[in-house]
Design a protein around this ligand. Structure first.
Ligand SMILES: [Zn+2]
Length: 210
């Protein structure tokens, strides 16, 4: 069992760029069993009408909302075109906080300085999905996206994320705050460059919370 879990983890975490063999994909039948157990522990009857299909629904939902682990690198197709700075704003994302397994969601803004190539917006959206459809924390999500984009050879990248966390809103201190995180790489690590790009993102974003 432990070996099986380790093999799965290695296959998932070690492979950001290749397709994972199907035997490592989520075992929906096992998820169903585990959710049924959880329902019992919560103090409910898993056979009652409203709950009897819940394990199956959650199994299918988890395959969808955690499919970022199986995502292939989506940045291989680029357009040959140059530009000073490309800014993609307000990319909506949904993720699951790894501390509480509750949703956190919001908008991601990506700015990069191309090196002769630009990426289609759909590629950037899929890049965001690749890293958001996992158990995550917002800080790492921001860094994952910046690192993968920077690894493509662009001159600089800034990724900014604004998000609400249900684990903060519905439990604990019940704080309504929005968290903002950012990661910069390459030429944008320079303070002045970073500030001018951040101002560009701020000025044009529909979200004024940062
Ligand atoms: Zn949390």
């Amino acid at each position: 069992m432990l070996h099986n879990i380790t093999t799965r983890l290695n296959a998932r975490l070690g492979s950001n760029t290749r397709k994972i063999p199907s035997e490592y994909l989520m075992d929906k039948e096992r998820v169903k069993k585990l959710v049924r157990e959880l329902i019992i522990e919560i103090g409910e009857d898993p056979t009652r009408e409203g709950l009897k299909d819940t394990p199956d629904r959650i199994g299918r939902m988890y395959q969808e909302i955690f499919n970022g682990y199986e995502s292939e690198s989506e940045l291989s197709v680029q357009f040959s075109e140059d530009s000073d700075t490309v800014v993609a704003r307000d990319i909506q994302f949904y993720s699951m906080c790894e501390h509480h397994m509750l949703p956190f969601f919001g908008k991601i803004h990506i700015a990069y300085s191309p090196n002769g190539m630009v990426f289609g917006i759909s590629k950037l959206v899929r890049l965001v999905e690749k890293f958001s459809k996992r158990l995550q924390i917002q800080e790492r999500l921001t860094k994952n996206i910046a690192d993968e984009l920077f690894a493509q050879g662009v001159k600089g990248v800034i990724v900014v994320a604004d998000a609400e966390h249900l684990c903060m809103k519905m439990r604990g201190v019940k704080n309504d705050a929005t968290l903002t995180t950012s990661a910069s790489r390459g030429v944008y690590e320079n303070k002045e460059e970073k500030e001018s790009i951040m101002a560009m993102i701020r000025k044009t974003s529909s979200n004024s919370s940062f």
